[in-house]
Write a protein that binds this ligand. Structure first.
Ligand code: F6P
Length: 358
């Protein structure tokens, strides 16, 4: 009997999602003779009536799709069905409507591509339906537990590194401090990786308590030695480190970190400083080859996991292999930068100031 599996993308988009959808559809078709149903706009599509879903034609998912950014199915990082914000301002549990939609679609399995927040919601939603669910980790933040890599992270690093490559010559031409604010939610993975690759002088991440005084001291010392320009990378949530970075205690807890820092550094060092907020540019690009590879490998494995009769799992990249792990070991946990790990040690060895006393 031909099986039908569903796929949806949920949470903030990132590069590589189309490559996952393609890999799932091709594996289902060529490997098992299964049909794949694409659900529109994550869980929002399951709340629409008629349900926003359509069968995907494997013949139309060519190479052009693998390198296109975004998700052609659409996604949402709003509207948790368990606490759905209604237009009259009230909040309603609409999870029953999602279950009805899944039953109406007649699915034998579901694949959800999401970050930690989405995977937790999807698991809670789909568990009671009895339809086996497999998650595929994606997020530029790379903070999903129990996978070394999430789809979208490689592309985000590449974009942030390219931004530093462009900020360096203009900063050097004007002897300026160039501050680059990058995304990452509560994790500093993008900041530390791009900072090393792009030759930053300072990298500030939420996982390492830092002090403004240490940063200004480092830049002042550089300037005294004749290095008058500086490249600074700051993660959007760096101000949320346990120690307040500045005695004034007014560091923003996410939005505006780059501008706040540039102003403080200019005042303390007497140098000109400019801030660039990279924002959604980090999400909307063509995926790197590495992200396409990861997306393809994870997508294929997700279908295989369903074929093995398993559910409540997430496919993961671990030790150069694709594996699958119980979702129990993923939801409610977070993978942040290890303050004693290889990247932090590499940064320190290169003389990059991390804003702490180390
Ligand atoms: O989780 C991905 C992410 O891009 C974070 O890095 C960022 O904090 C957030 O989403 C931005 O969300 P939105 O697209 O809703 O502005």
């Amino acid at each position: 009997m031909t099986k039908r599996i569903g796929i949806l993308t949920s949470g903030g988009d990132c590069a590589g999602l189309n490559a996952v959808i393609r890999a799932v559809t091709l594996r289902a078709h060529h490997g098992y003779g299964w049909k794949t149903v694409g659900i529109g706009y994550g869980t929002l599509g399951l709340l629409e009536r008629p349900v926003n879903a359509r069968e995907l034609d494997p013949a139309r998912l060519d190479a052009a799709l693998a390198h296109r950014g975004g998700t052609f199915l659409g996604s949402t990082n709003r509207g948790d069905p368990f606490a759905f914000p209604m237009s009259d301002g009230s909040v309603r549990d609409r999870s029953g409507e999602v279950a009805d939609a899944i039953a109406a679609l007649g699915l034998d399995g579901l694949i959800g591509v999401g970050g930690d927040g989405s995977l937790a919601i999807l698991r809670r939603l789909f568990g009671p339906t009895g339809v086996p669910f497999v998650g595929v980790p994606k997020t530029i933040d790379n903070d999903v537990a129990n996978t070394e890599r999430a789809v979208g992270y490689s592309t985000a690093i590449a974009i942030a590194t390219e931004a530093l490559d462009r900020l360096q010559p203009t900063g050097a031409s004007h002897d300026r401090i160039m501050v680059l604010e990058v995304m990452g939610r509560d994790a500093g993975h993008i900041a530390i990786a791009a900072g090393i690759a792009g030759g930053a002088d300072v990298v500030l991440i939420p996982e390492i308590g830092w002090r403004l005084a240490h940063v200004t001291g480092h830049i002042a010392a550089m300037r005294a030695l004749g290095r008058r320009a500086a490249l600074v990378v700051v993660a959007e949530a760096a101000g949320k480190s346990d120690d307040p970075p500045d005695p004034s205690g007014d560091a923003p807890d996410r939005h505006g970190m780059g501008e706040w820092l540039a102003q403080r550094l200019a005042k303390a060092t007497g140098a000109e400083a400019r801030a660039t907020v990279l924002g959604h540019v980090q999400r909307g690009a063509e995926p790197t080859a590495e992200d396409r590879l990861l997306a393809s490998a994870l997508g294929v494995r997700a279908v295989d996991v369903l074929a093995e009769g398993k559910g409540d799992r997430m496919v993961a990249w671990w030790n150069r292999q694709v594996i699958d792990v119980p979702l129990d070991k993923v939801v409610g946990r977070s993978h942040t930068v290890d303050p004693d790990g290889t990247l932090v040690r590499t940064a320190r060895a290169l003389g990059i100031c991390l804003g702490d006393a180390g």
